[in-house]
Design a protein around this ligand. Structure first.
Ligand SMILES: [Fe+2]
Length: 169
């Protein structure tokens, strides 16, 4: 199939030249071609990073809890949404269990502890910082866009992997 023949041509806008001059392309970020690592996150989980937007303090990534794991108690300062890809996961604070295909959103002010009995993978779109606390309720660290960038880039540097600049919006 000739792809060019399948492109629908749109009418030009009055300022089409400006759009072409200043617009930026989106990107295709490989997930499983060997270039995008699972970066360890605590004892029970890993994160595969997909994008970092420093203007809006937002990131997209897949969280993988490998089974019988929990993620420390955290409080949100922005909106988070997630779609479950594999396994199941939940928060101790709520009655629901998220399974493949389920969508979850979390709002500023929510504080909870994620766990997964059988393991899980979910794609998260995270806006704003997340504050993590230890088991005694003592503040541990803030995960904002720069924490996620640091998590990804330091691991790549340590392992000699290329940093994918396309991930930076
Ligand atoms: Fe959360």
């Amino acid at each position: 199939m000739n792809r060019v023949d399948n492109i629908t041509r749109l009418p030009e806008e009055a300022y089409e030249d400006t759009i072409r001059k200043f617009a930026r392309e989106g990107a295709h970020i490989p997930g499983d071609d060997g270039t995008n690592p699972w970066v360890p996150f605590g004892d029970a989980a890993s994160i595969k990073h997909f994008c970092f937007d420093v203007r809006t303090n937002s990131v997209a990534n897949i969280l993988w809890v490998k089974g019988g794991g929990r993620i420390g108690t955290h409080k949100h300062r922005g909106v988070v949404s997630a779609i479950t890809l594999e396994g199941s996961w939940a928060y101790y604070e709520y009655d629901w269990v998220a399974r493949p295909g389920d969508f979850v959103y979390e709002l500023p002010g929510a504080a909870h502890t994620l766990y997964s009995d059988e393991g899980m993978k979910a794609l998260f779109w995270i806006n704003g910082p997340i504050e993590f606390y230890d088991d005694n309720g003592k503040f541990d660290f803030t995960a904002d866009v720069f924490w996620f960038i640091d998590h990804y880039t330091k691991y790549c540097e340590e392992k000699g992997l290329p940093i994918n600049r396309e991930m930076f919006i």
